[in-house]
Ligand binder design. Structure first.
Ligand code: MN
Length: 225
C-alpha cells in the first residue's frame, strides 16, 4: 500500500514537471510570436546588382547590417508597448534605441526593394510627371537628390517622399531618420552610411550615388507614390 502510494506520488510529480514543460513551450511560442520582424526576401541574387553594388556589399549590408537591426528591434520591443505594433507606428512613436533599430529596419526594407538588375531609366506615369513638374526635369531631380546625399554630414539617408497631396520632397536625414516622422510617405531612399558603399567606392560617396540610378526599379518606387 505504501509502495502504491509512492508510485502515485511519483506519477503526480512527473505530471507537474510535464505540465511545467508544456507551459514553457507555450511561453516560448508566445516569445516567438513577438519576434515578428524578418528580413525581406530580395527579388534579386546578391551578385545581381554588381558592379553598381558588389556582391560582398549586398551580403554584408543586407545579411549582416539589416539582420542586426531587425534582431535588435525584435529584442528591444519585447515587453514594451511596441511589441505588437507595426513597423511604421514604431518608427513614428518611438525614440532612442528602439527608434534607431526600427528606423533602420524600415529604411533598409525600402532601400533593398528599390533595386533591380534590370532597373534604371526614368520613372513614367504620375511619379515621372510630378518629378518633371516640380524639379524641371529628371536630370535636375537627380542632381538635387545626389547633392543632398553628398551634403549629409556623416551617416544618414537622402529621401524622396510625398505629402498627402502628392507634393514631392527631397530631404536628408541623419542616422536612422525617415521622412515618415514628418508625416511624409517615403518613396526612395539612398543610404549614405559608409557601410553602403565603402567596399565598392571607398570615400567616393558622390560616385556611388550617381551610379545607383542604373539599378533603380522605378516600377517598385512608382508603386509607393
Ligand atoms: Mn545601411
Amino acid at each position: 500500500m505504501r509502495k502504491y502510494f509512492a508510485i502515485l506520488l511519483l506519477a503526480f510529480a512527473c505530471g507537474l514537471v510535464k505540465g511545467q514543460t508544456v507551459n514553457n513551450t507555450i511561453n516560448n511560442d508566445k516569445k516567438n510570436k513577438v519576434m515578428k520582424f524578418e528580413l525581406p526576401k530580395l527579388p534579386y541574387a546578391t551578385d545581381a546588382l554588381a558592379p553598381v553594388i558588389g556582391k560582398q556589399t549586398v551580403e554584408l549590408h543586407y545579411g549582416k547590417h539589416l539582420q542586426a537591426y531587425i534582431t535588435n528591434l525584435n529584442n528591444l520591443i519585447q515587453g514594451t508597448k511596441f511589441e505588437n505594433a507595426d513597423l511604421e507606428t514604431i518608427v513614428k512613436e518611438s525614440d532612442g534605441p528602439i527608434f534607431n533599430n526600427a528606423g533602420q529596419t524600415l529604411n533598409h526594407n525600402i532601400y533593398f526593394l528599390s533595386f533591380s538588375p534590370k532597373g534604371g531609366g526614368e520613372p513614367i506615369g504620375k511619379l515621372g510627371d510630378a518629378i518633371t513638374a516640380q524639379f524641371g526635369s529628371f536630370e535636375d531631380f537627380k542632381k538635387e537628390f545626389v547633392a543632398a546625399g553628398v551634403a549629409q554630414f556623416g551617416s544618414g539617408w537622402v529621401w524622396l517622399s510625398k505629402d498627402a497631396e502628392g507634393k514631392l520632397y527631397i530631404t536628408k536625414e541623419a542616422n536612422a531618420g525617415n521622412p515618415i516622422t514628418k508625416g511624409y510617405t517615403p518613396l526612395l531612399g539612398f543610404d549614405v552610411w559608409e557601410h553602403a558603399y565603402y567596399l565598392d567606392y571607398q570615400n567616393r560617396r558622390a560616385d556611388h550615388l550617381n551610379e545607383l540610378w542604373k539599378i533603380i526599379d522605378w516600377t517598385a518606387v512608382s508603386a509607393r507614390y
